[in-house]
Design a protein around this ligand. Structure first.
Ligand code: RIB
Ligand code: CA
Length: 331
């Protein structure tokens, strides 16, 4: 009876992602979180090409013994801008120094944005979108089927920097800079959005001490985390003098089942589409000078160790095989 009740409480999510090192950690956290069910993963361009993000999503799901979760390939390019990838941050493979076997599974037939539409429209009010890459797929889905805006349960988005410096330009965060036009469409769609900006994710640094705690467990999971985050830590040290690495994406996913990690403000948020230095910059009209409706809930305060302790505990359990579920292949 308890299991049935727990299953009823589970959130069904679609993960739209550009794995990517921190995206991969979000996939591992999803596999270790019984509060959520990943109905499907949709890949997008961003940290690396969509060919690579699709392969990485399949490979990391299989590493997590979640190969039954389908992956659908999404957009290869931003809606308007030229492609921008970040091999300096995530490595040419997108997984840093980690090496995973070629995945057993293939991506599902059809475009990722069509999958987003099909799932949301087939279960109105039941599907939660978790968007941890550029928003190209979600924007395309909104333009193809505007009714997903009122039929999605809610959308959790990793992106933007409100009162915090950019991590890609002086002002702009990577996901909103890579595809600002997609971000603009999604931000102004009316979709119920919770935004997780750099303002809070940069308080959540995965350190060498955190890694050493996980490495007490000898497992392909902990080896993957070590090999991928070692590259990510080198990037953060070289470019931002941070000791450790900022794990933006698992923190965003965590808010779907542990909202108490953050404090929130309902705000009027916009993204700059001008072609100057501000392109992709996100900002909030805190005093609402233009009397616009507040278009999202923004995480502006965070309890970093509350998140990190939960993340580490769940990675330990995953590494110990506590969540092995489903078959290796979704074939
Ligand atoms: O700015 C951080 C975001 O950009 C994260 O989602 C990271 O994976 C990259 O996509
Ligand atoms: Ca990402």
């Amino acid at each position: 009876m308890l299991k049935a009740a727990a299953e009823l409480m589970q959130k069904h999510i679609i993960l739209d992602t550009d794995p990517g090192i921190d995206d991969s950690l979000a996939i591992l956290l999803a596999a270790a979180s019984p509060e959520i069910v990943v109905d499907g993963v949709v890949s997008v361009h961003g940290n690396v090409s969509t060919e690579q993000t699709t392969r990485n999503a399949l490979a990391v799901l299989e590493l997590a013994k979640a190969g039954h979760v389908p992956v659908y390939k999404g957009c290869d390019l931003p809606l308007v801008k030229e492609s921008l990838l970040s091999p300096e941050t995530h490595g040419d493979s997108g997984l840093g120094y980690a090496e995973l076997p070629e995945p057993l599974n293939q991506p599902g037939a059809g475009h990722g944005s069509d999958y987003i539409i099909e799932r949301i429209m087939s279960e109105p009010g039941e599907i939660t979108l978790v968007c941890i890459g550029p928003l190209t797929n979600v924007a395309l889905a909104i333009r193809q089927e505007p009714r997903i805006v009122e039929n999605v349960k809610e959308a959790f988005i990793m992106g933007g920097a409100i009162q915090y410096p950019g991590n890609t330009t002086a002002l702009a965060e990577f996901n909103t800079f890579v595809d600002p036009h997609a971000a603009h469409i999604v931000f102004h769609s009316g979709m119920p959005i919770t935004l997780t900006p750099l303002d809070v994710t940069y308080q959540c640094v995965f350190t060498k001490d955190d890694l050493n705690r996980l490495l007490k467990i000898n497992s392909p999971i902990t080896k993957f985390i070590a090999d991928s985050t070692r590259f990510y830590m080198e990037f953060h040290d070289e470019y931002q003098s941070i000791e450790g690495c900022v794990i933006n994406d698992p923190m965003t996913l965590a808010l779907t089942f542990m909202p108490e990690i953050c404090d929130y403000q309902d705000l009027v948020v916009d993204v700059d589409l001008s072609t100057g230095v501000g392109l992709g910059n996100t900002f909030a009209d805190f005093y609402n000078y233009e009397k616009k409706p507040k278009n999202m809930r923004v995480a502006m305060g965070v309890r970093p160790r509350l998140f990190m302790e939960m993340f580490l505990e769940r990675m330990e359990k995953l590494a110990q095989g506590a969540f092995a579920q489903g078959s290796e292949s979704n074939g």
